[in-house]
Ligand binder design. Sequence first.
Ligand code: IMP
Ligand code: MG
Length: 177
Amino acid sequence: MHKDVKRIIYTESELAARAKDIGKKISADFAGQEVVLFGILSGSVIFLADVMRNIDIDCTIDFIDVKSYIGTVSGEPRFTKELSNDIEGKNVILVEDILDTGKTLAFVKKAVLAQNPKTVKICTLLNKKIEKSADVQADYIGFDVDNVFVVGYGLDYSQKYRNLPYIAEIKEEAITD
Ligand code: IMP
Ligand code: MG
């Protein structure tokens, strides 16, 4: 276990099992159709890679990057990597690492809807049990989690810990701000 980890919340095998279930569910829900998985960088990459390998219908992927901080000042979210594919008429599934307030996904969903996709769904590995912005309920959820800060399996603290194969809470002394 990493020295900064206080406790493991979801193990590698629990995460693999959920990614498998979600991949199967997406395949069943869109049977006979095609889906576009839209990963929100960088936290979603590991989850997206695991889910997509459990999808057995036609599937493409794309990534977008959203920043809501300029330095340390919180501002309105903006894209730092735009949508690069034409999504008009497509079944889009937004893939996120963690749905917290929903501010990020509300912004992304609005931009995606402006391009007239056929459907837009939200798939999140973790869903924090707190109130969300309107209109961003997740359709596919890995796990509902308490409102604690978690890292690993793509999620970071100051860009660190994304490589941990499990989801964990880190020790207070490892948090420096
Ligand atoms: P929202 O816009 O409030 O829903 O925030 C979502 C974003 O905040 C996620 O994409 C994460 O990048 C980040 N975030 C929120 N909670 C955590 C956490 O517990 N660990 C790591 N990142 C988090
Ligand atoms: Mg994120």
